[in-house]
Design a protein around this ligand. Structure first.
Ligand code: PLP
Length: 414
């Protein structure tokens, strides 16, 4: 018998990605931003301001550069910034935090969240996500090997179905993600809802990853309650914040995670090897920003409230039925009338929200986000007839978008 020949390895494309990437795709939001550039569209897709930040913030950043804050900081964040964050946690969030034991400065809330996932979730564990969800949580789960379990917020007020939530908790559940105020719905979780979650987390010994990046953007008397301030959640919550949205500086990449010291130890380990530290001069500038007076924070909500009302009015006039948000800076609009998808009540000319969004960005020149990208489990047709519009834009930008959408409606494009 001829000797068995060693077969050469099959030729495969050398840069095939790792298997852990196969369960998620490119961010739809960033894709819409790319298409907005290609088509010269007004970008109401991605949540970043197109107006300048406060002059005081620029002065702080310039002063930090002039003062030669040029080198790596302590990996878990400059002491002065951590103290400022700990102070703010006590004053605003009702959470006692020690700068050395509980506070970690990260490259935005994005890094804080992935550090929370990677340092707390073993492969095979489950993490509960409310849907519609901010699109990063789903890849965060897959990157950490955890299985996301979805609980759907119920329209029209995005409330929690208690039975569904209870069913989601099992012996495998290791964490639940809360985002309040929520992107994309603008839901602000009530104390009663958080207390229900707190009871379940204690019963099942589950941690909370709480994304509070929109904590200062609230409307109509909505009050921000930090889950970590509730009895029973103090020691099991990672409270995540960021300078991105409050100060309109999404590109500065300064955020933080506040947690019990045992959780903090793990989180810092991941953070250290992932990014070492956030940009040192910008950490120093954000330290100064955290010292701005209460009028600054009042103005933040008032500023976005004007834009919310302007956009909602314009969208309604153009035939988009809006869910009016109580926080954050996004509007979810129902576009069922534009959709002809079987099973949906709409009789429009577009197959689904994704097709409508593609048409809007390429032909109408307004970039939005199809609502289905915020859902993983596509229940009924409800998930395929929504669009998300963001309103952290100049009034002139919003006016231009509304004008174009109005022309779209007048042309009978449904
Ligand atoms: N969390 C939520 C809910 C967001 O909407 C965003 C950005 O849109 C982020 C986190 C990203 O935060 P950061 O810029 O601090 O990384």
């Amino acid at each position: 018998m001829p000797a068995a020949r060693k077969s050469a390895p099959k030729k495969t494309f050398a840069s095939l990605p790792a298997k852990r990437l196969r369960d998620f795709t490119e961010s739809v939001i960033r894709e819409q931003t790319r298409l907005a550039h290609v088509h010269g569209a007004v970008n109401l897709a991605q949540g970043f301001p197109d107006f300048p930040c406060e002059p005081a913030l620029k002065d702080l950043a310039r002063a930090a550069i002039d003062a030669d804050f040029n080198q790596y900081s302590v990996t878990w964040g400059m002491p002065g910034l951590r103290q400022a964050i700990a102070g703010k946690m006590g004053r605003y969030n009702g959470i006692r935090a020690d700068a050395d034991r509980n506070v970690t400065v990260t490259c935005g809330a994005t890094e804080a969240m992935i550090c929370a996932f990677l340092s707390n979730l073993d492969p095979g564990k489950e993490v509960i996500l409310f849907q519609p969800f901010y699109e990063n949580y789903h890849p965060d789960a897959y990157l950490s090997g955890a299985k996301p379990v979805y609980v759907t917020l119920r329209e029209p007020d995005w409330s929690i179905d208690e039975k569904e939530l209870r069913r989601a908790f099992t012996g495998k559940t290791a964490a639940i993600v809360i985002n309040t105020p929520q992107n994309p719905t603008g839901k602000v979780f009530t104390r009663a809802e958080l207390e229900l979650i707190a009871r379940l987390c204690q019963q099942w010994n589950v941690k909370v990853f709480s994304d509070e990046i929109y904590e200062h953007i609230l409307y109509d008397g909505a009050a921000h309650v930090s889950p970590g301030s509730l009895p029973g959640l103090e020691d099991r919550t990672v409270t995540i914040g960021s300078a991105s949205k409050t100060y309109g500086i999404t590109g500065w990449r300064v955020g933080w995670a506040v947690a019990h010291e045992k959780i903090t130890d793990g989180l810092r380990k991941v953070h250290d090897f992932m990014t070492v530290c956030a940009a040192t001069p910008l950490q120093e500038a954000v330290r100064g920003a955290l010292g701005l007076g209460p009028e600054f924070y009042r103005d933040v909500s008032a500023h976005y409230l004007r834009r919310r009302d302007f956009l909602v009015q314009g969208l309604e006039a153009a035939g988009f039925r809006c869910h009016v948000p109580r926080g954050a800076y996004y509007v979810m609009a129902d576009v069922a009338d534009f959709i002809r998808e079987p099973g949906s009540k709409g009789r429009g000319r577009f197959r689904d929200d994704a097709e409508l969004a593609r048409y809007l960005v390429s032909e109408v020149k307004v970039a939005t986000v199809p609502g289905s990208s915020f859902y993983k489990i596509k229940g009924k047709a409800a998930t395929a007839h929504k669009l998300r519009f963001c309103f952290c834009k100049k009034e002139a930008t919003l006016a231009q978008a509304i004008e174009r959408l109005d022309a779209f409606r007048s042309s009978g494009s449904r």
